[in-house]
Design a protein around this ligand. Structure first.
Ligand code: PLP
Length: 355
């Protein structure tokens, strides 16, 4: 194994995926879009998802969607509102995209005609979180214009919550999404393929079967793979919380002071830092740094190990209170969070494994 390594636990993740699909199905959500951005569409995770029954993938980066290959045709959804500069790739590598700007949808239509395709469009509605989305009062006008375009198909409406504004999905905002979907269907005499009710923060509504019934699609990353819904941080008892770890190797281990010696200026990041005098410490350096992951997002698996500090390429940990007899070359493991998985998978200096 090449270190630092991020290791995905296959059996536990498979259980999480299967249980999520089952839970969604029981609630009328037949379209589980597996969000692949946290693990940069790492191929074994894609294959496992497919094996477990996933037939639709979603990512914010078109490069990741391009690299997804499955035994049969799958739906590929671009999550981030497309840049006008990537329209050709969006039509080429995704089958459907989330949209909120008419000029972008017009460009998608034009490009799709060129490529002899019909690109599906989901209109995002802003229901209070204030990230992406058309204002509810404007959505019917936009829908009417989209319906006139030949290269795109209006395939649904969607909402994203709990991202920027931390707004929790509830009967009000999700209910409004469903009304908008119903109104569009009635006004224009069409049927929408997808009513997309959000991300892992909407999952808690599945636990008590309170998700509005018109919602038939969710875009799920965190809960699907890491078992954690993101409104209240709950993990069901039959699922596994974050079955993924970081393994790092110790490159230095010495007893040293806890207080730096000499005149104190600023650290490698231009920050003023203060130190607590804990006397002599058994300090180890593991080979991972802020360039790969931020210290605060790591938790040592061995709870007697304490985090000390970090620079671009080094992470210093305190082994004073650990019972294990660690030495240079040994491996220290860390538990991860969503943002640490995302950061680590983005770093080309971190190897990915599935075990
Ligand atoms: C990242 C993202 C998701 C998935 O979020 P999770 O919290 O991982 O479930 C869904 N929709 C959009 C638009 C996203 O950007």
């Amino acid at each position: 194994m090449k270190y630092p390594a991020i290791v995905f636990e296959k059996e536990k993740i498979a259980t999480n995926i299967k249980n999520t699909i089952e839970l969604c199905k029981k609630n009328g959500v037949d379209n589980v879009f597996a969000v692949t951005k946290s693990y940069s569409a790492f191929e074994p995770m894609i294959a496992l998802s497919y094996e477990c029954g996933i037939r639709a993938f979603a990512d914010a980066r078109i490069q990741n969607l391009r690299d997804i290959n499955c035994p049969t045709e799958v739906e590929k959804l671009l999550l981030r509102i497309p840049m006008l500069s990537e329209i050709e790739d969006v039509v080429k590598y995704s089958t459907v995209s989330l949209n909120s700007e008419l000029v972008t949808i017009e460009a998608l239509s034009e490009e799709a005609i060129k490529q002899n395709k019909v690109h599906k469009v989901i209109l995002m509605v802003d229901l209070g979180d204030l990230r992406e989305g058309i204002l509810p009062c404007d959505v019917y006008d936009v829908a009417a214009k989209v319906l006139e375009l030949k290269g795109v198909k209006l395939s649904g409406v969607g909402v994203n919550l709990t991202c920027y504004g931390a707004v929790i999905p509830d009967d009000n905002n999700l209910g409004e999404l469903c009304s908008i979907a119903k109104n569009i269907e009635e006004k224009f005499g069409i049927e929408l393929e997808y009513v997309s009710g959000g991300n892992s923060s909407s999952v808690y509504k599945l636990f008590d079967k309170s998700l509005p019934s018109k919602i038939n699609m969710l875009r799920i990353g965190e809960f699907l793979y890491y078992g954690a819904e993101s409104s209240y941080g709950k993990t069901p008892s039959d699922m596994f919380n974050y079955p993924v770890t970081l393994r790092t190797q110790i490159v230095e281990l010495k007893e040293k002071d806890s207080l730096p010696k000499g005149e104190i200026g600023v650290n490698a990041f231009g920050e003023k830092v203060t130190f607590e005098d804990k006397g002599k410490m058994l300090r180890a350096i593991v080979a991972i740094g802020r360039q790969d992951v931020v210290l605060d997002n790591l938790t040592p698996v061995d709870k007697s190990i304490e985090l000390v500090g970090q620079s671009s390429d080094h992470t210093i940990i305190d082994l004073t209170h650990t019972k294990s007899d660690l030495k240079v070359g040994d491996i220290v493991e860390f538990e991860l969070s969503y943002s640490s998985v995302l950061d680590l998978c983005t770093s080309k200096y971190v190897s990915k494994y599935m075990e």
